[in-house]
Design a binder for this molecule. Structure first.
Ligand SMILES: [Zn+2]
Length: 180
């Protein structure tokens, strides 16, 4: 996590419905106001990431923005309300590296905390693997600074932005070994 990240309890000083001071944040999970009986759930957000392979290389993105600016990530992002995970992931991949991917296969999931403007968002990150036929048309855009092609077994985990993505990388490595 980046510096200056607050807890959810620190993020809300007033009830968003009745404006009473100091609503309770129970278990970093739900905002409770004893004055107006509001219970507002801070639900886990769904996010998805793709481990895209080109031949025997893995496509990784260097992050252009905080959190974890400069560190490595996979293309992906938050799923919008009403989207399927698959459609949201394809949208994010197109936005970030400018490619429409073929079949994506589910690898597994891992929880993460995504701090943004001093609010720690709890996410569940769903990871997929897919293949690219070509890397010629890839363009680093949106929140991607540059695109790297690396050996999927030689990534330094300290260079990977999020703990969930490190877990996803291990899932990928197991998948590759099982399908070698
Ligand atoms: Zn209230």
């Amino acid at each position: 996590m980046g510096k200056n990240v607050k807890t959810l309890s620190d993020s809300f000083k007033f009830c968003p419905r009745c404006a009473a001071q100091n609503p309770l944040m129970e278990h970093e999970r739900r905002l409770v106001c004893p004055h107006c009986d509001l219970i507002f759930y801070v639900n886990t957000a769904a996010a998805a990431g793709a481990f895209l392979l080109y031949e025997d290389q893995l496509i990784l993105c260097q992050r252009a923005l905080d959190p974890q600016k400069g560190l490595l990530d996979v293309p992906g992002g938050f799923i919008e309300p009403g989207e399927t995970v698959e459609a949201g992931l394809r949208r994010e991949i197109l936005e970030e590296i400018h490619v429409e991917v073929g079949p994506l296969h589910y690898l597994g999931s891992a929880p993460n905390v995504y701090p943004y403007r001093e609010v720690p968002y709890k996410t569940i990150d769903l990871f997929f693997v897919g293949h690219l036929d070509s890397v010629e048309g890839l363009i680093a855009q949106d929140d991607v600074a540059s695109i790297l092609r690396v050996d999927p077994f030689a990534v330094n985990s300290a260079d990977v932005a999020f703990v969930s993505t490190r877990f996803g990388l291990a899932l990928l490595q197991n998948f590759l070994k099982a399908n070698a």
